[in-house]
Design a protein around this ligand. Structure first.
Ligand code: HEM
Length: 415
């Protein structure tokens, strides 16, 4: 590998840095300007190329045979990292040609057309969650994450999968421990990150094993039934693949949407004029949610592994090299976005890649956008005043940029 760029010692993938400082936009901005394909050497983890420009991430995302997801989906600062047997391969770790065969099993269920059928149910779930908050008191304080942005995605995902309501809380706990395995708040006492994630995964798998059996006997119109009866190349899916499907839907659809919803509320608190504009003109809801995804970019990075020697800009990437695609950096790319550091709810065009690009483009993007729209649609018209009621605490993770707690103080409008 070529010479590494000398930069701030803060690594771009260290979970503790994200907990303490949030997104390193200063570093990303400098990298985009000075060294957009930049080699980072690590003492304990793998060396990796930091890819920070929008155009490069788009190009890499569209070459799934040259840049694989499977070998190293997550880049960490630890040799004993999250790619090595902690998780079974799920859709997001499959590469061509297997990936497309698996994705098309369910892709219809996630189209806007199919979702229109479920719109009323998702809206009802969101409304119930928001109503539970706003009917309690006309003014008060709460943790927005605990009350709104955490319960909403888990409820929607659990409902889509066909998990009984009384078990929704279990899913919530497992996904916290999987994605937040690095975070002291979620780590099981006396266990490290690997053991925490592994234990959560075992519990998730045991639970879904039972539920899959149940759905085989009593099929319903839900995703678990679909996975349980799915066939690839004329053969039923192996039991482990059925479980991996359940697992990826829970893990991918939960923390990301939670943090998008929370980050959006934080953006409204910090840019109150944009919140007032949306309150005055609800037709801006859809572009506002796109802007929230660009602004928050909940996925920090995903990794790729080169299958051959290839040039990116002036850099020679070698077969087997690791690349980290920094989506939040691409979403502030000055060559693509006018005033990228301005939060603008009617931004047009808005070619953000917060949901990725190409082969692995987010399967659940329409679900996530619908959930966020429902949350703000029901919440914002009720808000008279809103402000932070304490410090924001962030997740220890170099993968999902998360706000763990968003303490808010609010006053509701009188009807
Ligand atoms: C704001 C919320 C969300 C964000 C920011 C987000 C972001 C992403 C990104 C960046 C990728 C690309 C992965 C790659 O580059 O390799 C991805 C893939 C994926 N997402 Fe999401 N996601 C969100 C919500 C959801 C939801 C709600 C679901 C499920 C209901 C979901 C399921 C998936 C799956 C299954 C993949 C893998 C697709 C594949 O490999 O073909 N996501 N997501």
């Amino acid at each position: 590998m070529a010479e590494a760029v000398a930069l701030d010692s803060r690594s771009l993938i260290k979970s503790v840095d994200y907990a303490n400082h949030g997104y390193p936009h200063d570093i990303w901005t400098r990298l985009r300007r000075e060294d957009p394909v930049s080699l980072f050497r690590q003492e304990t983890g793998p060396d990796f190329w930091a890819i920070t420009k929008h155009a490069d991430i788009v190009s890499i995302g569209k070459q799934p045979e040259t840049f694989l997801n499977g070998p190293r989906l997550v880049v960490t600062d630890n040799d004993d990292d999250m790619n090595d047997g902690v998780f079974p391969p799920t859709l997001i770790q499959l590469d061509p040609p297997k990936h497309a065969k698996y994705r098309q099993l369910v892709s219809k269920r996630f189209t806007p057309r199919y979702l229109r059928r479920m719109h009323d149910d998702i809206e009802q779930i969101g409304k119930e969650i928001v109503d539970a908050l706003v009917t309690e008191t006309d003014e008060g304080e709460c943790d927005f994450v605990e009350r709104v942005s955490a319960p909403l995605p888990i409820a929607v995902i659990a409902w889509m999968l066909g998990v009984p309501r009384e078990d929704w809380k279990l899913l919530f706990d497992w996904t916290n421990r999987t994605i937040g395995a690095d975070d002291p708040e979620y780590q099981v006492e006396g266990e490290d990150r690997r053991a925490t994630a592994q234990q959560a995964m075992i519990e998730t798998f045991q639970y879904f094993t039972q539920l899959v059996e149940e759905k085989k006997k009593n099929p319903a119109d839900d995703l678990i039934t679909l996975f349980a009866h799915a066939e690839v190349d004329g053969k039923p899916l192996p039991p482990m693949d059925v479980l991996a499907w359940c697992f990826i839907i829970v893990v991918a659809g939960n923390e990301t949407t939670r943090n998008g919803t929370t980050g959006g509320m934080l953006a409204f608190i910090e840019h109150q004029h944009e919140m007032r504009r949306l309150q005055a003109d609800p037709s801006l809801l859809a572009p506002a949610v796109e802007e929230i995804v660009r602004w928050t970019s909940p996925i920090i990075h995903f990794g790729r592994t080169a299958t051959k020697d290839v040039m990116i800009r002036d850099k020679q990437i070698r077969e087997g090299d690791t690349l980290a695609l920094f989506y939040p950096s691409a979403n502030r790319d000055e060559e693509v976005f006018e005033d990228p550091f301005t939060f603008r709810i009617d931004r047009k065009p808005n070619a953000h890649i917060g949901f990725g690009v190409g082969e692995h483009f987010c399967l659940g993007s329409h679900v996530a956008k619908l959930e966020m729209q429902v949350a703000y649609k029901h919440l914002l018209p009720r808000i008279d005043e809103i402000e932070l009621a304490g410090p924001v605490s962030r997740l220890h993770s170099g993968l999902v940029g998360g706000v763990k707690h968003l303490p808010i103080r609010y006053k509701l409008k009188k009807d």
